[in-house]
Design a protein around this ligand. Structure first.
Ligand code: ZN
Length: 442
């Protein structure tokens, strides 16, 4: 009955795990992803080599709530050539260099005609910004500010060899069935091109979490969603309107590889089991952490927490989007995400799953005064001194197991880590001192 996810995870070599996560990020980094097109499909294919992924294609023009699935964007090449024929801006060198979703263009422009189509960051003159134009027909290039000021007067040949045609929006799902049809949702966006923390960190950690959970006897079913941001989550919800009710707990994963401390943004409901479970795990993670109240902007939690759904879905991040200078620039690269931080984020995710899998209520079968633990070999053999964490945990579980408090509530009130409380409950259950309440009553 006890599913020891966190203890199992702790036995793994964390440095090796971090390296594996980072190497998967390196594999995915060069792919030019967008909200539709070949890049997201190739990304899902690569994830599908590690975990079972079902790929869905939703045709352009499909109405999804108040939105419409857009045309599919694909790109082969893009550049700006100077009068000597040199590529002064080259998509082949870095896919951030073209504004994502740019319409095709072939033209010769003077520098002053070109400038309105150029994006750079004067405050970080060596970095290249990441820009998109999904819902407005436009085209443009991104370059460092130093490159921009070095452009000489003259004519420039501009080419964006892209296509914007009827096609599909593609998303991927990995479903791991558990004993219950109630689900834990892990969602991450898969639409950013060569950006490491903002999206690759979430993809790699979610994939590794599914790898870790698959094949286990799980209480909940787990659904991992790899979707283009905003439109992908909206499309999935529109196509799964009825099934969404099965989602009992959920979490969006994004920006979990940078050197910052953790931020857990609570669900709209604010006090759900996953909100409290995540807080509990972070409190004992040994890393810096903070919880944030729900707000209607951010990642896809804002779709899952829209009032019509109001699901118990929070968001786990390290540094919060928009608050670090590397955000949406070429500096959010493979050096910005660290193996140890990726592994630490996976550790928190497994810790949260451990809480969800094992959190339930018990009834103390000996509620009149303390049961005599010593005669059951559940107490220390020598008196005096402190009782230690394990026995303390047993006393807390016995005292609070009145059928009302869950193990998570006991962990919160005792200040002890959840796995210590769950271990104590298992021992007391084996010792005939506790009776479990049905799983669906936790
Ligand atoms: Zn982003």
């Amino acid at each position: 009955m006890r599913q020891r996810l966190f203890a199992d995870f702790e036995e793994r070599d964390q440095a090796e795990l971090g390296e594996k996560l980072h190497s998967f990020a390196r594999e995915l980094y060069p792919i030019c992803r967008s909200i539709t097109g070949a890049g997201i499909r190739e990304t899902l294919e690569r994830i599908g080599k590690r975990i079972p992924v079902k790929v869905s294609n939703v045709p352009t023009g499909t109405a999804v709530f108040d939105w419409t699935v857009p045309r599919e964007w694909n790109i082969r090449d893009a550049y700006i050539k100077d009068a000597r024929g040199h590529r002064v801006v080259d998509f082949q060198q870095l896919n951030l260099r073209v504004v994502n979703y740019s319409v095709p263009v072939r033209a010769t422009l003077s520098l002053s005609e070109l400038h309105p189509h150029l994006h750079s960051l004067p405050d970080h003159p060596d970095w290249i910004p990441y820009r998109t134009s999904y819902y407005r027909e436009d085209w443009g290039f991104c370059l460092s500010h130093n490159e921009r000021v070095a452009l000489e007067d003259g004519d420039y040949k501009v080419c964006i060899d892209s296509s914007l045609e009827d096609g599909n929006l593609t998303y991927g799902e990995c479903y791991l069935p558990g004993r219950s049809s109630e689900e834990v949702l892990i969602s991450c966006h898969a639409c950013h091109p060569s950006l490491a923390n903002d999206n690759l960190s979430g993809l790699t950690v979610a994939t590794a979490m599914a790898e870790f959970l698959q094949g286990r006897d799980l209480r909940y079913s787990y659904r991992f969603l790899f979707v283009p941001g905003t439109i992908g989550a909206i499309t999935w919800l529109a196509q799964n309107r009825e099934n969404a009710g099965r989602i009992r707990h959920g979490m969006v994963l994004a920006g979990v590889g940078d050197p910052g401390g953790f931020h857990y943004k609570k669900s709209r409901r604010g006090d759900t089991e996953i909100d409290r479970g995540a807080t509990q795990v972070l409190k004992h993670s040994g890393e810096a952490w903070e919880t944030l109240d729900f707000s209607p902007y951010g990642y896809d939690e804002r779709q899952y927490c829209s009032p019509g759904f109001n699901l118990a879905v929070g968001c786990l991040m390290r540094s919060v989007w928009g608050t670090f200078p590397e955000y949406h620039t070429s500096a959010d690269n493979l050096d910005f995400i660290r193996p140890a931080q990726l592994a630490g984020s996976l550790r928190v995710c497994i810790g949260i799953a451990d809480v969800l899998e094992n959190n339930r209520r018990y009834r103390n079968l000996n509620p009149y005064c303390e049961p005599q633990l010593g005669k059951r070999n559940l107490y220390r053999s020598t008196g005096g001194g402190s009782i230690g964490t394990e026995i303390n945990a047993r006393l807390w579980v016995l005292n609070l197991s009145d059928g009302e408090n869950s193990l998570l509530e006991i962990a919160e009130r005792s200040g002890l880590p959840f796995p210590t409380i769950a271990d104590a409950a298992e021992l007391l259950l084996d010792g005939g001192l506790l009776a479990p309440l049905p799983e669906n009553e936790s």
